[in-house]
Ligand binder design. Structure first.
Ligand SMILES: Nc1ncnc2c1ncn2[C@@H]1O[C@H](COP(=O)(O)OP(=O)(O)OP(=O)(O)O)[C@@H](O)[C@H]1O
Length: 445
């Protein structure tokens, strides 16, 4: 007698049939695929026009050396730029996603691989890699009998933040070969896609001056635009029509915090799967459940593989947000709490490295950043979590139980007429003695 039921062929067939039957609710699930190009592009005609205005000069022997396309995640940058390049006549393209490399040498190799299918080893150095890029461009254009090439560097932030390498030098070298190729009557233009304006990265003036004003900002989609995209997708992907309020809820949840078409599509897809599992039409409850699932899946997967100090920083922001209810935190405040919670045997990374890690967390989609001008004190960078703080807390269960206590104490002190900070609405988290006590308790991170 088995305690656990045996799996056998017939039973497996039954399970398979049940799952396939469920899938019949979908007409074509590929419409929900946010990793490939959408089958239909909606809106953004102004951005297509703007990009065309900058690059179509190749028809009259001119291209700008570099165009910077920037904006928040999921605002359609990659989709639109690729669509334009796919549909321009008589040009050649080299499309590379720099997320696959973290260094400028790796980036050169990705370009080389895309151009000629061959990479070189690290020992050859960056100069050799760039030299090979130049000859590979000539070979490709000769082979295709064309004279214009657009190099699309998607997710360029990955190398622009490379503090160990010299991204400025990398771009300068690329721009130099573009000038060289121009003398040989080849037109080459780089289009970078990043989350921030190219100018905001630490680049030399010699690079900035060559970029000039060729910037295109993709602002986040409005809720109505996201609803239109979702409507088109749900009509094609599902047999049953999805009610407008459901689409509006998906758009609302992904625009208020994320502002992201990809996120909205993933949300609707997950809600549809939950509804189909229950054999029900999609409800607002399914969307809310799917939203929680997406958030925690993403955060927990991220934390699982994040390096130690990054985890500590996530923890610090989670705790500060949860306890104080305050969403935005300055780098200096985060760094202070970070120093407090770090165990003695761990090396404190210091302000600059903490600030780098915060940047990386913003790039990874865990945090959102904002720069605040502080009058004569310059400007300060602030961060907030893109997810409810308790999702972070749940990753640290034994510490999370203390957060509730800290929150109560924070609240009571904050409302105690005898406490002198109570009138300051910006009560500083780290100045607060009650929290400090818990901070010490939590010291052994
Ligand atoms: N105008 C649009 N019409 C239809 N679908 C769109 C549109 N814009 C975005 N999408 C959908 O959203 C997904 C994300 O868009 P895209 O990858 O272009 O965003 P992005 O701004 O490049 O984001 P990231 O910075 O994260 O790479 C696409 O795969 C596509 O499915």
């Amino acid at each position: 007698m088995f305690l656990v039921e045996q799996m056998h062929k017939r039973k497996f067939q039954k399970l398979l049939k049940k799952e396939i039957d469920r899938m019949t609710a979908f007409k074509d699930q590929s419409y929900f695929d946010t990793l490939s190009a959408p089958k239909k592009i909606l809106g953004r005609e102004d951005k297509i026009q703007e990009l065309l205005g900058m690059i179509v000069g190749y028809k009259k022997n001119f291209v700008p050396p570099l165009v910077s396309v920037y904006g928040r995640s999921g605002s359609g940058k990659s989709t639109l730029v690729k669509f334009v390049l796919d549909n321009l006549p008589d040009i050649s393209t080299c499309i590379v996603n720099l997320r696959k490399s973290k260094t400028i040498f790796g980036a050169s190799n990705l370009i080389l691989e895309e151009l000629q299918g061959k990479t070189i080893t690290n020992s050859n150095g960056l100069n050799k890699a760039i030299e090979n890029v130049e000859s590979a461009i000539v070979q490709k254009l000769e082979h295709e009998k064309k004279n214009t090439l657009f190099i699309l560097l998607d997710e360029a932030d990955s190398i622009l933040n490379d503090k160990r390498g010299n991204p400025s030098d990398f771009f300068y070298k690329l721009l130099t070969i573009i000038e060289d190729l121009k003398k040989q009557n080849y037109l080459v233009s780089i289009i970078t896609i990043s989350n921030n304006l190219f100018d905001q990265y630490n680049l030399d003036d010699r690079v900035k001056s060559r970029i000039g004003n060729n910037h295109i900002l993709f602002d986040p989609y409005s809720k109505d635009e996201i609803v239109d995209i979702l409507k088109e997708i749900s009509d094609k992907a599902l047999h049953e029509k999805v009610d407008l309020p459901i689409l509006q809820q998906c758009a609302h949840l992904s625009s208020s915090i994320h502002g992201d078409a990809r996120r909205a599509i993933d949300l609707l897809h997950s809600a549809a799967k939950l509804a189909i599992k229950e054999n029900q039409p999609i409800s607002k409850d399914h969307v809310a459940q799917a939203n929680d699932l997406l958030d925690s899946d993403f955060v927990l997967q991220f934390l699982k593989t994040a390096p130690y100090h990054m985890k500590v920083i996530c923890y610090v922001i989670g705790q500060s947000t949860f306890v104080s209810g305050k969403q935005w935190h300055y780098t200096s405040a985060i760094e202070k709490v970070y120093s407090n919670v770090l165990p003695e045997d761990k090396k404190n990374l210091g302000y600059r490295r903490v600030s780098d890690l915060l940047n990386e967390l913003a790039q990874a989609g865990i945090l959102e950043s904002s720069t605040k001008t502080l009058g004569r004190y310059g400007s300060g960078k602030m961060y907030r979590l893109k997810f409810p703080a308790d999702i972070i807390g749940k990753y640290f269960p034994e510490k999370f139980v203390l957060w509730e206590q800290m929150k109560n104490e924070y609240y009571s002190v904050n409302h105690d007429p005898d406490v002198k900070y109570n009138r300051d609405p910006r009560l500083k988290f780290d100045r607060f003695e009650g929290i400090k006590k818990y901070q010490e308790l939590l010291g052994q991170f």
